[in-house]
Design a protein around this ligand. Structure first.
Ligand SMILES: [Ca+2]
Length: 513
């Protein structure tokens, strides 16, 4: 009887105080915004990311061309990375952010054509064209289970049209605005129904009908929607995970009328001017969201990761030249650094050293981090911050960024980045690139003119950051060393290889003589 009474009292206390405790718990959970810009490379900004010999930021002509004051505002509040790598096209990076895995492991190694399996003539027959599904372990699913409101705004591109990954609600998001299976929007113009009223109607951006016929540019509509969903989460006392994935600055290069005047005297081609307006519109969106966090009083408690999903797609020259991402060589899709180097800025939206969450993950203010890191590192970093365990059965390739975010170096990280693209056709086809320390090797499965008729290209990125001098013939020892590591890493990731003419025999990398 006595025991029952105590149990009753204990339950009563539990019932009375549980909501209070829960509210306190949720109030202290940090909010997270991943602000992902499509096809934005590390040079598509007025913020200088690259540094000179003494480690100071160095402006190049492209930094003088673009206008991104809100990126500067964010960079002034946190740290920017200048050796941050993404996969060379859209879907591989997006699914890596969601899973913490290298694309060589999750096997979505190409952008997903929503309606036609685009593996290419010699691509791996069972590559993951379907994309993510309802069972996959994903960052938003884990955060949703931990009490977060997981909000998807913008471009999805996680899975093919008739598969589960086509709908962000199937991969762990509680809310989806505008996300679908395709990557390129039908149109940025509300006057054209964001594509609904064009011959690109299959790529009409969904859920935005109320803007149709107005002059609301797509980037602006997505910002307005994101702000409304964040307000709802805050009003509901829910911590939020906002995945703000702009369609900008992906083609079609529709000029954003709000910013046309800034570029009309630049002397650049019309499509490059339009590209710059897309960049500036995206930057305004970042500023609007930062303002909104201030207005809601949640800035101190909101962690922001700003990044691009692959190298630049600026229409400024040849895909393998020093042009689109100058001084880096190459652009989106290519095997050079311009194909895979993207901006990363990490910052608390309003720095305050006495905030408990910021003490948990301190971020150096106004710093530049030059150590190499990659898109799959966000997953373990975010899970660690919110104290959510990754399921043991789920392999993670990413490493926590915590120490790098403090501006220091992290000797425990292995300085490698493997980018695997076993498909064609694209700006570069059937290649695996592998960075280790100062060195980078590119293995071409099918030699061509673009690979200088060889399987191998070798660069010393420290001495030759812009990949002008191929050392494959002159330094055979280094080439062998790197190729050995590349092959081992491919096995570690359980990567899929292109196939031979018979359509099934794996075309594995060959060691140099
Ligand atoms: Ca992209």
């Amino acid at each position: 009887m006595k025991l029952t009474y105590h149990l009753f009292v204990a339950c009563l206390i539990g019932v009375l105080f549980a909501p209070l405790f829960n509210e306190n718990a949720s109030a202290s959970q940090p909010n997270i915004m991943v602000f992902l810009v499509d096809d934005m490379g590390v040079m598509d900004t007025s913020v200088p990311f690259l540094t000179d010999e003494s480690g100071q930021p160095k402006k190049y002509p492209l930094n003088e061309y673009y206008r991104t004051p809100n990126m500067q505002r964010l960079a002034d509040r946190g740290i920017r990375f200048n050796n941050f790598c993404a996969m060379s096209v859209c879907s591989p990076t997006r699914n890596s952010i969601m899973t913490g895995q290298n694309a060589a492991r999750h096997h979505t190694t190409n952008w997903i054509n929503p309606t036609n399996n685009n593996r290419g003539p010699f691509g791996p027959p069972d590559w993951n064209w379907e994309g993510l599904n309802k069972e996959d372990v994903t960052l938003p699913r884990l955060l949703s289970k931990a009490g977060y409101r997981t909000i998807h705004v913008g471009k999805g591109h996680f899975g093919a049209e008739d598969y589960e990954g086509a709908d962000p609600l199937n991969i762990g998001f509680d809310v989806n605005v505008a996300g679908a299976s395709f990557g390129a929007p039908g149109s940025y113009y509300a006057e054209k129904g964001y594509g609904a009223d064009t011959k690109r109607a299959k790529h009409a951006v969904p859920h935005l009908e109320k803007y149709h016929g107005s002059d609301t540019f797509l980037t602006e509509a997505l910002s307005i929607e994101a702000k409304a969903r964040v307000t709802e989460a805050v009003n509901d006392d829910k911590p939020f995970f906002l995945y703000m994935a702009h369609y900008a600055v992906h083609a079609p290069f529709d000029s954003d009328p709000r910013f046309v005047d800034h570029y009309k005297d630049s002397g650049k081609p019309a499509n490059a001017q339009a590209f710059a307006t897309l960049i500036e519109g995206m930057d305004k969106s970042l500023g609007d969201l930062l303002d909104h966090f201030d207005e809601l009083g949640v800035s101190e408690n909101t962690l922001v990761f700003f990044l691009g999903d692959n190298g630049s797609d600026a229409p400024l020259g040849h895909q393998h030249a020093v042009a689109c991402a100058a001084p880096l060589r190459g652009k989106k899709g290519s095997h050079y650094e311009g194909g895979m180097r993207v901006p990363l800025i990490a910052a608390w939206a309003k720095p305050n050293a006495s905030n408990a969450n910021q003490q948990e993950l301190p971020i150096e203010i106004g710093a530049i981090q030059s150590q190499q890191a990659a898109v799959y590192d966000l997953y373990p970093t975010i899970l660690n911050l919110v104290e959510v365990q990754n399921p043991q059965s789920h392999t993670v390739d990413g490493l926590k960024l915590n120490r790098l975010l403090t501006g220091k170096s992290d000797d425990s990280r292995n300085e490698t980045f493997l980018m695997h693209y076993p498909h064609s056709p694209h700006r570069s086809s059937y290649f695996t690139s592998y960075r280790k320390g100062d060195w980078k090797v590119i293995y071409h499965y099918i030699p061509s003119k673009e690979s200088e008729d060889s399987h191998y290209q070798l660069y010393n990125l420290k001495a030759d950051p812009f990949e002008s001098s191929n050392l494959a013939s002159s330094n055979p020892e280094q080439l062998k060393k790197l190729m050995k590591d590349l092959i081992a890493d491919m096995q570690h990731f359980e990567a899929q290889y292109p196939v031979e003419e018979d359509g099934k025999t794996p075309r594995k990398p060959v060691m140099p003589e």
